[in-house]
Design a binder for this molecule. Structure first.
Ligand code: L34
Length: 284
């Protein structure tokens, strides 16, 4: 029976660290502050953004949630981002994705000042990460890595399989695991023999976006399984990409949904925001 990697407990630890960093900054007269822009009425996005604001309050980080209507134009959104870039009181700028179809996400992401890019999504940050330079790590992959490290199992030398090649999760996850000296296979919708590849993995990261995609036969006995999926059933219930009950019979460690990666994503955002405030105050 697998040991559950408790995202709630682990996130609390990372948030406590962010909170003490924020308190240290406040002593020096700096109030760490995050601005989150959300466009439109996507209920899932609203839930995630509310969670981020709650975490900020918990950590002693100021937060502004800027809610813009669905029909907001790309130009107007770019202007809001530029204003936040120019505001010295704001240390982190985050535009919640997805954006409405009439706005090109890359245009908006590219407009965020790299030193305020607490998501780690801008080309400058991504480039720095690829090169192994100091940067803001994207929150979801950084959270997954922290979960892996929490098991105490060494990552170096292990075979890791990442399913999903998105810019937000799969691609950066593969880079982070490579930097930890894992041997990484980055799988996707066109991968041949996916089941066999997964079943050979010591570390399996599922970022597909399909409930029940990872079945027990795809899990190597003793593997570590991290479930990045956040799928909503017709009943509105949240579940991941992994058949949790069946995979738990084979894995050594497994992360749940809810209560897993989502909470770690938010905790890493708190850490990045404190780091941004430190950097902008010339303290790092
Ligand atoms: N710009 N857009 C930007 N940055 C991000 O880092 C995100 N992401 C993803 C979607 N768009 C983004 C998030 O914030 C996914 N995501 C996210 C954040 C938090 C949670 C899930 C996804 C989360 O809090 N999950 C809780 C339950 C939430 C619920 O009840 O619906 C959990 O326990 O998994």
């Amino acid at each position: 029976m697998a040991q559950r990697i408790d995202g709630k407990v682990l996130a609390a630890r990372y948030k406590a660290e962010a909170a003490s960093g924020a308190a240290a900054l406040q002593k020096q007269g700096i109030a760490p502050r995050l601005a989150v822009i959300i466009v439109g009425e996507n209920p899932a996005s609203k839930t995630y953004v509310a969670g981020k604001a709650r975490d900020c309050a918990e950590c002693g980080i100021l937060s502004d949630v800027i809610e813009l209507p669905e029909q907001t134009g790309e130009q107007a959104l770019l202007e809001r981002v530029a204003a936040l870039n120019a505001d010295d009181a704001v240390h982190g700028v985050l535009v919640q994705l997805p954006l409405p179809a009439h706005i090109q996400e890359s245009h908006v992401i590219h407009a965020i000042a790299p030193e305020k890019d607490v998501d780690g999504f801008t080309p400058i940050n991504v480039g720095r990460m690829v090169l192994g330079e100091e940067c803001f790590l994207p929150c979801t992959p950084a959270g997954c890595l922290a979960m892996l490290q929490s098991t105490g199992v060494p990552i170096a030398g292990k075979d890791a399989v990442v399913i999903g090649r998105s810019n937000i999760v799969g691609k950066p996850m593969a880079l982070l695991l490579t930097a930890q000296n894992a041997t990484v296979t980055l799988c996707h919708s066109r991968t041949e023999n996916l089941r066999e590849k997964c079943a050979a993995a010591n570390i399996l990261i599922a970022a597909v976006g399909k409930a029940g995609f990872v079945t027990a036969d795809m899990v190597k006995p003793g593997a570590i399984v991290i479930d990045v999926g956040i799928n909503r059933g017709a009943d509105g219930r949240l579940c991941g990409d992994v058949d949790f009950a069946a995979a738990s019979e084979k894995a050594a460690f497994i992360s749940p949904v809810p209560g897993g990666v989502g909470l770690m994503t938010r905790a890493m955002l708190m850490q990045n925001t404190v780091k941004a405030a430190r950097l902008q105050s010339g303290l790092l």
